[in-house]
Design a protein around this ligand. Structure first.
Ligand SMILES: [Zn+2]
Length: 425
């Protein structure tokens, strides 16, 4: 099986490559990246006017499998990834049961390998059942194939437990992914605290609930020497803490979601529960800060926090609706808007979706290398389309972007030399 991708703009930020090349794929691997390649018998993909990038990576998704397959499962979730141009995803451990033991890790990896449409890198619980008190069997989990530890969905409330988690993770050469939130400050808040919350009569979550927790975790990373990755940052103050810590040499990386650099708390005025997420949508100044952080490189990765929920869990009062939205199929066009807005160059945008997340997690992906597994995404950056939730490959429909006019989409997603997604044109 040979595939020849002809005449595309090959963009590989990790190697500083941005030029027109042909890419030849043979037996699941990239066999050549050169001008004017010929290959008899190859399936040819005409990439003129398109971008050819390393397969995109989303380092923060919830696949809901095992346990919540009515929301999503490994097959539908990776199909959604492929449709969004992603060839690799890291899945969070808050399934049922939690991914806090190797049996669950192996279930995820085997199902992904046998039935999935993307590479799945499992993130294990840092503590048993992500309860925040007893550390999980980190050595076993690493041996089974987990690539990091997190109690995502909830914070590790005890600083002492987090300190020990970091010490062990450091020993295993693995990152801790922090869902940073001080629940005692969050209380029963459901949106960003401020003027809009007061007007709407909804309880607010102050920015300091996130930033105070990030401050603690950054200091613990500095103290232990562990690698810390801060999930879904949303406030200017959080970004400032991380920027300063990196200047001191603390090993901290971070991610932002497309919704946190696109939408503000103003979106909540519709009372659409698809604007309810954790952390909540913030102010225009916070959105500006997220864009600054992406531009100056403080933010390493764009990650979706893809959080599928059933209609019945969203079609309720704002106060009791579940948090989160699906994101895999809207991440790329929302990221490309940053290029149109002059925030990022195209190369920088692709870096935040490829080598940035790969480095944050320490996984050997995110570049195009001769001899490496052929994970490649072909993107039409000019393709105009309208988001219709009913047409998503995900099992769930919870998106605040229904009806949005999008520009840019993956036309082909190639996983290990196999076309796992091809857009109908
Ligand atoms: Zn989280």
């Amino acid at each position: 099986m040979k595939i020849l991708i002809k005449g595309g703009r090959v963009l590989d930020p990790a190697h500083g490559i941005d030029d027109t090349f042909d890419v030849l794929i043979e037996e699941g691997r990239i066999s050549a990246i050169e001008k004017e390649l010929k290959a008899s018998g190859a399936e040819v993909i005409d990439a003129a006017g398109r971008i050819v990038t390393p397969g995109l990576i989303d380092l923060h998704v919830h696949l809901r499998d095992p346990g919540y397959e009515y929301k999503e499962d490994i097959v539908s979730g990776t199909r959604s990834a492929a449709a969004g141009g992603f060839t690799s995803v890291a899945c969070m451990p808050n399934s049922n049961p939690f991914n806090d033991n190797k049996a669950v890790t192996l279930y995820i990896r085997n199902k992904a390998r046998e039935e999935g449409f993307a590479n799945v890198f499992p993130v294990a619980s840092a503590t048993k059942c992500s309860k925040g008190d007893t550390l999980a069997e980190m050595g076993d989990l690493k041996a089974a194939g987990c690539i990091g530890f997190s109690d995502d969905g909830r914070p590790v409330a005890s600083g002492e437990v987090m300190r020990r988690a970091m010490e062990y993770a450091r020993g295993f050469g693995m990152p801790i992914l922090s869902h940073a939130e001080d629940l005692s400050i969050v209380g029963d808040g459901v949106m960003n605290d401020g003027f809009v919350a007061t007007e709407l009569g909804l309880k607010g979550i102050p920015w300091v609930a996130e930033t105070a927790a990030i401050g603690r975790d950054v200091m613990l990373a500095e103290y232990t020497g562990a690698r810390l990755h801060v999930c879904h940052i949303s406030t200017r103050q959080s970004l400032d803490i991380i920027r300063e810590a990196r200047k001191r040499g603390v090993r901290v990386t971070c991610e932002v979601t497309p919704h946190h650099f696109t939408l503000t708390e103003e979106a909540v005025r519709t009372y659409d529960t698809n604007t309810k997420m954790n952390p909540p949508l913030r102010t225009a100044d916070d959105v500006a800060a997220m864009r600054e952080g992406l531009a100056d490189g403080t933010i390493d990765a764009i990650a979706t926090d893809h959080a599928p929920h059933h209609l019945d869990e969203k079609n309720v009062e704002y106060n009791i609706a579940m948090n989160g939205i699906v994101g895999l199929e809207t991440s790329l066009p929302l990221t490309l808007r940053l290029v149109d807005d002059g925030v990022l160059s195209l190369g920088e945008a692709i870096a935040r979706l490829t080598c940035g997340p790969a480095r944050a997690l320490g996984i050997p992906r995110g570049t195009l290398e001769v001899g490496a597994a052929a994970d490649v995404t072909v993107i039409d950056p000019e393709l105009k389309w309208v988001l219709e939730a009913d047409k998503l490959a995900s099992k769930s429909r919870n998106t605040p972007f229904e009806g949005w006019r999008m520009k840019g989409a993956a036309t082909h997603t190639i996983l290990g030399g196999r076309v796992v997604y091809q857009r109908e044109m």
